[in-house]
Each structure stands twice: as C-alpha cells, then as structure tokens.
Write a protein that binds this ligand. Structure first.
Ligand SMILES: [Zn+2]
Length: 401
C-alpha cells in the first residue's frame, strides 16, 4: 500500500517536472534562428544525467551535441529549439511566451512544434536512468539545432557534418516533431518527400503584334514548355510514399501592353519528389523535357531539400517495430506509417543513418495563434518515448552491434 502511494506521488512529481521543463523552454523566446538559451537549458538537464554536451554557434545558429554511453547501437534524439514568430501577440489568448497553463493545456509558441518533443524526450531519459533495470551504458545522443524553421543551412546539416568528420556512428534516430493527426502515437513518419524549386528563363524577340514575322514571342514558347512539364510521367509512389508531382507556381513576362509581345518570360515551378529521385536526376529529366520544345533557355534551381525514406530493405535496427510496440502498449492502437507533410531535418540524419523516424504530439495547431498542447498528450508521448528507449536497448536485435 505504502509503495503504491509512493509511486503515485513519484508519478505526479514526474508529470510536474515534465510540465515545468516545457514551460521553461517556451519562456525562452527562441524565434528562428535565435536559440535564446534553450540549448543551455537542455544541456543542464542532460549534464545532470551524465551526458557530455557541447554547444557550438555558427552564423547565428546554435547547435547542441550531447552524448552518453558507448554501448552500441547508438540511438539519437533529434529536435529543434527554434520557433516561428508568434505574429501579433494581442491576438493570443495568453502572451505567446508565457507558457500559461489553462484548462489542461499549456499555451505558447513552440508548445507543439516542438518544445513538447524536447521536454518529453528529456523526461523520458530521466525516467529511463532512474530505473535500475536500464542499461546505463547505452549509447544515446541528444541533438538540437535552432535552425529548422529557417533556411536550415547551419543547423542539423552542420551537426551531421561534425558526426561524419568525427566518425561518430548513429544507428537509429527518433525525431520529436509533432506528427500525430488527432492523438499522440497515431502517426509515425518514416520518410519525407523532397522539394526543389526551379526557374526557367525563356528569351524571345519583342515587337509589334501586327508584324508577327518580326517577333519571337516567348509566351508562346512558355506555353509549350509548361505543357511538356505538366505531361511528364512521374513515379506514382507506393502505399507508404506518395509519388512525385510538379506544379507551376508563377509566370512573369514583365510589363503589359496590348500591342507588344514581350522579350522574356520567366516560369517558376516546384517539385515534390519521392526517394526515387535526387536533384541531379530531376535536373536531367526536366532539361530533357524543355529541350524537346525550346532550344534556348536557362534554368536555375533553388531551395533543394532531399527526400528520405527509411525503407524496410535498408534499415539496420528494429527501431520502427519497437516504436510500433510502444505505441500499441501506451495507446492500444497501431500507428499509421506516413511520409506526408513538408520537409524535415530527418533528411540530414538519413545521410548517416538508415533508420530515421519521426513521432510526436498532435500537430493541428502548429504555427497557429494559441498554439497549445494538452498535458495528457505530453504524458502519452513521454511514455511512448520511454517505452521505445527500454525496447531499443533491451531488444535482442541490438545484440548484433
Ligand atoms: Zn518542427
């Protein structure tokens, strides 16, 4: 009886610690790429657990690399401390960096995306090390950047470069992004489509429309180019991965006069692509299509984001099945496996690690006014992370390392 009371008190205490950690993080106004002290705060928690931590800043971006234990496989937690701007604070029910607790929710910018993920991971680690049954020499990493919501040039990309140069292996990675559609654990992301934007410039000869033989109208050529781009045969994807698609997003031929044909035309487009493509193969495919209808054009590419897919053929650990078992144990439901949504920093980790999965709290309110997370969702996610940790380091498959 006494021990039951004690464990109840302990549990309440740990729930309070989870809430307090999240509130501390939200109260640092870390608008991208400003870390605003979040990494220092997380490092303090991790140091208390025996992690070695290093924080390095690069072009205004703050990155944290923390590590404990050397007993492979290595499991890395990945996340970001930066948040998108809150917009007009007057439109919020509570000030966006106040972390107000109201009616079972914690309000604040970043409460969902993704300071809740960081708080749950930290709290799960505390509970993991508090358990004498746990492997205290398990190799665990905690990786954070303040440049996920921005251009992502000096964030996780730099962390991955450092790990590569230092020959530090990562066998599996769990990204704490908010992935659930309705309830925590309902969706695990197993990859993301890539994204690439392109600009095509077509040159012509401007002139009076009454003398068509003296002009070369670039808009007419642009029409043929767009037709060729929209009729490309892309892959259709699979049950786990949507196919590739291209959308024309803008056409510009300068100022308009109704009796003059323009001299130039610019076409903008964006491609969302599956793991079957890369920047190089897309470039070749698109240039070939344009060349079939236009001999003179220029093409420029912007904002490349590679795709990633933790394919069942290449994965080397059992992390996905361990996550699935943890979700079933804590929620009673199987998670849906998905690759939907925009890009994520999982793509950088995928270049050094075959098993990258994303799992976090419900994402309906990300980037919105009154962003808030339910405390019961926080507890569920913390418990799933803890169960995943236990499963990962006790699983027979890990003996192979
Ligand atoms: Zn995020």
């Amino acid at each position: 009886m006494a021990s039951q009371t004690l464990s109840h008190v302990q549990y309440r205490y740990r729930e309070q610690a989870l809430i307090a950690t999240l509130q501390n993080l939200i109260r640092q106004p870390s608008i991208t790429p400003d870390d605003a002290g979040c990494s220092e705060l997380v490092a303090e928690y991790l140091n208390q657990m025996g992690f070695t931590t290093q924080i390095f800043t690069l072009n205004g971006v703050t990155n944290l690399i923390a590590q404990k234990g050397h007993h492979r496989p290595t499991l890395a937690f990945l996340g970001h401390t930066d948040v998108v701007p809150p917009g007009n604070p007057e439109t919020w029910l509570f000030p966006p960096f106040s972390a107000t607790l109201n009616n079972g929710f914690i309000y604040g910018r970043g409460s969902v995306d993704m300071k809740s993920g960081i708080a749950c991971m930290l709290n799960a680690l505390t509970l993991y090390y508090a358990d004498p049954e746990s492997d205290h020499n398990a190799s665990i990493m905690f990786l954070l950047t303040s440049d996920e919501e921005g251009p992502a040039d000096y964030g996780t990309r730099s962390i991955v470069d450092y790990l590569k140069q230092s020959h530090i292996p990562v066998d599996a990675c769990l990204v704490g992004e908010p992935t659930a559609r309705r309830n925590g654990g309902d969706t695990v992301k197993i990859g993301r489509r890539g994204a690439l934007s392109g600009t095509i410039n077509i040159h012509g000869v401007s002139g009076h429309v009454a003398y068509p033989h003296q002009i070369d109208n670039p808009l007419h050529t642009a029409a043929a180019v767009i037709k060729s781009l929209t009729q490309l045969n892309w892959d259709e994807g699979s049950a786990d991965f949507p196919g590739t698609s291209l959308q024309v997003t803008h056409i510009d031929s300068g100022s308009f006069t109704d009796n003059i044909s323009p001299s130039d035309c610019r076409i903008e487009f964006n491609i969302r692509y599956s793991h079957l493509w890369c920047e190089q193969s897309l470039n070749e495919f698109i240039c070939q299509a344009i060349s079939s209808v236009c001999n003179q054009f220029e093409i420029h590419w912007q904002r490349p984001c590679e795709s990633y897919f933790s394919s069942p053929e290449t994965k080397t650990t059992k992390l996905l099945s361990i996550i699935e078992q943890a979700v079933i144990k804590k929620t009673g439901r199987y998670p849906t496996l998905s690759t939907s949504g925009g890009t994520s920093d999982g793509r950088f980790m995928a270049s050094i690690c075959n098993d990258v999965y994303e799992l976090g709290v419900p994402n309906q309110r990300i980037h919105q006014v009154d962003e808030r997370v339910a405390i019961e969702e926080l507890v569920v996610m913390r418990d799933i992370y803890l169960e995943t940790l236990k499963g990962f380091f006790n699983h027979p498959a890990t003996e192979a390392f």
